[in-house]
Design a protein around this ligand. Structure first.
Ligand SMILES: Cc1cc2nc3c(=O)[nH]c(=O)nc-3n(C[C@H](O)[C@H](O)[C@H](O)COP(=O)(O)OP(=O)(O)OC[C@H]3O[C@@H](n4cnc5c(N)ncnc54)[C@H](O)[C@@H]3O)c2cc1C
Length: 474
């Protein structure tokens, strides 16, 4: 029996890891991972020099909740505890997060005290948003956009200045399209079941709070005790997939780089012919697909056009990333995580991360400008060059942060279709995809960021859950 994993990003690597942890089902399963490029890690890519680290994809991981603690367990198991660099609640990157509105930067409230004060650009203290929630009439809905939900419960300003930029920061998306279940499933359920988010919250306080019965490593316990806000990895985040890849290799998982898959031919419920672009065909008893859903759609289209249609229905956005290094002794920006720009501002940039504040071991000021996302095509068109993106980013940096210094080093990447968008209807679409796979008895499991969460923690946790489910069925 051989399981084939498609894709060597964190989704594919985690699947291999959990297959090993589950004793490779009944110990007689061979595992082979096929990765199209010449490295593992997918969107996780770090450029490291003695002076700076440029992260082209993700840079920080949240430690909270069962999924966050689960990732920390994996980190410790891989021997990465010493690399973890935590941002605790007293760190400026935890306290100082800003938004850019009406040509100025505004600190977002970060303490209970600040909720009672008026903070620009909000016209009233945030406590009024709570009153709004308590007084709104009930509206019965199955789903909604996150923007509509927040506007209804807490008012338009919270939807425009808090949630919309947050959605840009998390998935480069438009809060008016993204499902409320993407980020606020529980709050939406409180509204639907109790008539108000706050009433639901108060009732839930009396319910037991657990971490999904997860055993916690020393690292996870530390993160909980010290109330870490987020963390990064010294030396760059790419060390994580690299270490995971070596772990799998050492345990005899066959990792084949430069191996692009172009078609899957399902023969019966325990045989799939996995066809590579170099003409090689592998016989798999089971396939774990961690590649983006729109790529999987092409691989199954011939035999299963209906499945391909559902898979193609998950939209993706393109993000421009401009990493900048200024070799200055004094920091050029105030100590903060960075700032986000609400879509209302109609800016070409989504936000800027102050990497030299949140990632250790940088000699100077390091900034990352994120551009486009949901609005990439309408703002830049399909043919924009890296040079043009760099010029746009520099213009914004100069105007917003008043930086006139010369850039000592930079990197520009255009990450094509890099983040799936969990728009309204996403969860029922994913149910339909899985129902199709089950009804046709296809030996195919779906992991990776297209289905059950777009962040690093979600991708790892969903690989764990999928493997556990498949093992239970053996
Ligand atoms: C700009 C950006 C910033 C982000 N920031 C954060 C952050 O700060 N924190 C956080 O938690 N998350 C963040 N994320 C999300 C995080 O990067 C993803 O959750 C995660 O990397 C997804 O992993 P994956 O394995 O599902 O997909 P991918 O990383 O896309 O991996 C898929 C792999 O499949 C391979 N592949 C594709 N087609 C084929 C084929 N036909 N045959 C074989 N192989 C194929 C690809 O080469 C790739 O290696 C960010 C994402 C982006 C793009």
């Amino acid at each position: 029996m051989m399981a084939v994993i498609l894709g060597g990003g964190l989704g594919g690597l985690s699947t291999g890891y959990y297959l090993l942890k589950n004793g490779l089902y009944c110990n007689n399963l061979k595992v082979c991972l096929l990765e199209a490029t010449d490295y593992c890690g997918g969107w996780i890519k770090s450029i490291r020099t003695k002076d700076y680290i440029f992260e082209q994809g993700p840079r920080t991981i949240r430690p909270k909740g069962p999924t966050g603690l689960n990732t920390l367990n994996m980190m410790q198991d891989l021997g990465l505890s010493e690399h973890v660099s935590a941002i605790t609640p007293d760190h400026p990157a935890a306290k100082n997060r800003m938004i850019y509105v009406n040509k100025s930067l505004h600190l977002l409230p970060s303490s209970l005290k600040s909720v009672f004060k008026k903070n620009e650009p909000f016209s009233k203290p945030l406590i009024y948003a709570a009153l709004n929630d308590l007084t709104q009439p009930h509206k019965s809905l199955n789903e909604d956009s996150i923007y509509n939900f927040v506007e209804r419960r807490f008012g338009k300003e919270i939807a425009d200045y808090a949630i919309s930029p947050m959605i840009c920061g998390i998935c480069a998306g438009d809060a008016k399209e993204i499902s409320v279940k993407f980020l606020m499933k529980t709050l939406f359920e409180y509204e639907q079941n109790h008539g108000s988010v706050i009433k639901g919250m108060v009732k839930s306080i009396f319910k037991e709070n657990n971490n999904g019965n997860l055993e916690m490593s020393e690292l996870a316990k530390r993160a909980k005790e010290e109330r870490w806000n987020v963390y990064s990895l010294k030396g760059g985040l790419q060390i994580f997939p690299k270490t995971l890849m070596n772990y799998l290799k050492n345990k005899d998982i066959d990792i084949q780089l430069n191996s692009k898959v172009e078609e899957l031919e399902f023969v019966d419920s325990s045989l799939v012919k996995v066809k590579k672009t170099d003409g090689q065909v592998l016989d798999a008893s089971h396939v774990y697909s961690s590649i983006p859903s729109h790529v999987l759609a092409k691989l199954v289209n011939k035999q299963h056009p209906e499945l391909a249609e559902h898979l193609k229905g998950i939209p993706f956005v393109t993000v421009g990333i401009v990493n900048l290094y200024f070799a200055t002794d004094k920091p050029l920006v105030s100590p903060a995580f960075g700032f986000l720009v609400p879509p209302l501002e109609n800016s070409p940039i989504l936000g800027v991360v102050f990497d030299s504040c949140c990632i250790p071991d940088q000699n100077g000021t390091v900034l990352t400008v994120m551009l486009g996302g949901r609005w990439f095509n309408e703002k830049f068109g399909p043919d924009i060059t890296k040079e043009e993106l760099y010029n746009i980013a520099m213009k914004e940096i100069k105007s917003i942060l008043k930086i006139e210094e010369k850039v000592a080093a930079f990197n520009v990447s255009i990450l094509d279709k890099c983040i799936p968008q969990y728009v309204v209807g996403h969860y029922s679409r994913v149910d339909k995809i899985r129902e199709y796979v089950q009804s046709k008895n296809l030996p195919l499991s779906l992991v990776g960021s297209s289905y059950d969460g777009v962040g690093i923690n979600d991708v790892i946790y969903s690989a764990k859950a999928q493997v556990a489910q498949d093992c239970g069925q053996q």
